[in-house]
Design a protein around this ligand. Structure first.
Ligand code: ISJ
Length: 393
């Protein structure tokens, strides 16, 4: 039986980052960090994971793991890998050192927004018409995204982008997942997501949907005003509640108890404020694997909309690009079903000299198109700053 090598000996998450090479899989959360290297087996369907993992042994008492990415469209193939070696480390935040300054990447960039900003505003207006009921599909929320196609004068230094993301925001989820190659060599999905889709350990399950957002400001007074305005905004609370309801509905059949806070709280990343609700529960059957829960949850209305099918149709009809792995899920699961999966946002799909950066936002009937454009610009800054591009686009 193929054997996965498990390394747990005293490495720090910083060591894992230092040893990361494109082609590896890297995932870090507030709980732990893991890097996978080499390939023992692959799967393109999440349902195949139990079979694939049952054919793998480890040189340790821990069960083997698979890591990877699921696309936005559940009908499209996933990219899941059982690495030959996995190295675990305590979380980045476990080390007291202050966040390290980002190191900008060498070279120059050309940037093409798809669609151009004015067309994203028009797209939001189109979505508002659908929400007003003309289609008769009962659409209540739809998430619209835009993309920046970025081309560097040199191949993208993926390890440096990953280090820039991870060392700045040590409490979020940072990832780099290998993707099927297109043309120009190793392709990587890289990002720093603030949003936990689901974590499962033994009987315990947690999901932390985010929805309702405001850009941060460098001016502390304005930053605080924006936070308070977000927390008290009826429009944002509605946009958020739609997501929490869907998460609870998806988890309830699997849980014998669910703890759902009555009010959202605020969480801040370096670039955004978000409304956040941490939903936790106890599984009826502790052997329910994390990837089964991913399947039940994805796509939540945080990235698609509600009702799901109508929102998905609206997205396909309006967005002028394929989301691919953006707004899918990334993470890992072990053979016992324990794992962590996050929503694939604040990310880029990169290959050779090219990157595609994505950002979106939830549209509800009260949304303002210009404010939606500004929200996507603020969200894009996470990746732009990691590249060393200090511009609002
Ligand atoms: C779709 C994105 O973010 C999602 C949409 C949010 C919103 O509409 O307020 C907030 C967090 C995410 O669930 C993105 O960052 O690209």
């Amino acid at each position: 039986m193929p054997q996965q090598r498990v390394v747990t000996s005293a490495s720090t998450a910083g060591d894992l980052l230092d040893h990361y090479r494109p082609g590896d899989s890297f995932f870090s959360s507030a709980a732990r960090a893991v890097r996978g290297e080499g390939v023992l087996a692959t799967a393109t369907r999440i349902d195949d994971l139990p079979t694939v993992l049952s054919g793998i042994d480890t040189d340790d008492s821990q069960p083997p793991i698979a890591m990877g990415a699921l696309p936005f469209d559940p009908a499209e193939p996933a990219h899941l890998v059982v690495p030959s070696t996995v190295c675990w480390a305590p979380p980045l935040a476990a080390h007291a050192a202050a966040p390290v300054a980002r190191r900008p990447l060498a070279g120059t960039w050309s940037i093409t927004p798809v669609p151009p900003p004015a067309e994203h505003v028009a797209a939001v207006e189109q979505a508002l018409k659908l929400l007003a009921g003309a289609s008769g599909e009962g659409l209540r929320k739809v998430v619209l995204a835009r993309c920046l196609r970025v081309r560097g004068s040199e191949p993208v230094d993926v390890a440096q982008v990953l280090a820039n993301l991870a060392r700045r925001d040590r409490s979020g989820f940072t990832f780099a997942m290998n993707l099927p190659e297109r043309a120009a060599g190793t392709r990587t999905l890289i990002g720093a997501s603030p949003e936990l889709l689901v974590a499962k350990r033994g009987r315990s399950v947690t999901s932390n949907p985010l929805a309702g957002s405001a850009p941060r400001s460098a001016d502390p007074t304005l930053d605080q005003q924006r936070a308070v305005a977000l927390l008290t905004s009826a429009k944002d609370r509605y946009e958020h509640a739609v997501v929490v309801d869907a998460v609870v509905e998806a988890l309830r059949p699997h849980c014998r108890g669910l703890d759902v806070p009555a009010e959202p709280e605020l969480i801040g990343t370096a670039t955004m404020w978000h409304l956040s609700t941490r939903v936790s529960g106890e599984l009826r059957d502790p052997t329910t694997p994390s990837h089964t829960l991913v399947k039940a949850l994805h796509p939540t209305p945080a990235v698609c909309g509600t009702p799901t099918a109508a929102a998905h149709r609206a997205i396909t009809g309006i967005e002028p690009f394929d989301r691919g792995f953006y707004t899918g899920a990334v993470g890992y699961t072990d053979a016992a079903g324990d794992g962590e999966w996050v929503v694939t946002i604040r990310c880029a799909d990169t290959e050779g000299r090219d990157l595609e950066l994505f950002a979106g936002g939830g549209i509800v009937p009260e949304s303002d198109p210009e404010a939606e454009l500004a929200e996507t610009s603020a969200k894009l800054r996470t990746l732009l700053l990691a590249l060393g591009i200090n511009q609002s686009l």
